[in-house]
Design a protein. Structure first.
Lengths: 136, 86
């Protein structure tokens, strides 16, 4: 089990630190934890500087919000992705633009669904644990 | 600019408010290597691009760095749901 402290943005959304590894090294990222996002998403600009490009993508994806036209992006596997004390090799990330929020992307349910997680708002901490039936 | 001083994220936000900062030489937390205890500020700018450009040429030889906004962040008000295009 891991316990990680988090910050909250001006609107109360949870911001966590993450680390992404690519051909050009590794980058520290700030991601908004978003249980309403099915997929983990990182800005293409960040991925570009890590040495990734749309050529590394295996799917074209589209994204939309209530007040914006759909925009295309792509999905790729990154060398290593680490957040909240756990890391995955070959983790799937979606490359998509976001409005100028200041964050580098979103931490979505495709990461969180691998764990039992507990958000303690008063302590500003997240507890993350592999489920009991997990096969290492 | 390169500062030799090691700062926490809280100190960096206080020293460089509402700016983009390029951080290097992170002192990692033992239980969570995605976070950090302290880091050094390599460059500061008004945008992500300006900060990273100011960090050159040193940045070209550094493999582990991050560029972050020290002002208030804003997450999305509504969820983003990517879907696949068949």
């Amino acid at each position: 089990m891991t316990i990680t402290e988090f910050e909250r943005d001006a609107q109360g959304i949870i911001i966590v630190w993450a680390r992404l590894q690519g051909p050009n090294g590794s980058r520290d990222l700030q991601l908004a934890l978003d249980t309403g996002a099915a997929m983990t998403l990182v800005l293409p600009e960040v991925l570009d500087r890590l040495g990734y490009s749309a050529r590394d993508g295996d799917k074209i994806t589209s994204i939309s919000t209530a007040n914006a036209a759909p925009e295309q992006g792509y999905r790729l596997r990154v060398q290593h992705f680490q957040v909240l004390g756990f890391g995955f090799h070959e983790f799937r990330i979606h490359a998509h633009e976001l409005p100028d929020y200041g964050v580098d992307g979103l931490l979505g349910m495709d990461f969180l669904e691998n764990f039992d997680f507990e958000v303690r708002m008063s302590e500003r901490r997240i507890r993350l644990a592999l489920p009991a039936h997990h096969d290492p | 600019m390169t500062t030799e001083e090691r700062l926490t994220w809280k100190q960096i936000r206080e020293h460089y408010p509402q700016r983009w900062v390029v951080l290097i030489d992170h002192e990692r937390l033992p239980h969570d290597t995605a976070g950090f205890k302290t880091a050094r500020v390599l460059a500061v700018g008004g945008s992500r691009m300006e900060a990273t450009e100011r960090a050159r040429p040193e940045l070209d030889s550094i493999r582990d760095w991050g560029c972050h906004f020290t002002g208030p962040l804003r997450g999305p008000l509504i969820g983003y749901r990517p879907w696949f295009i068949p």
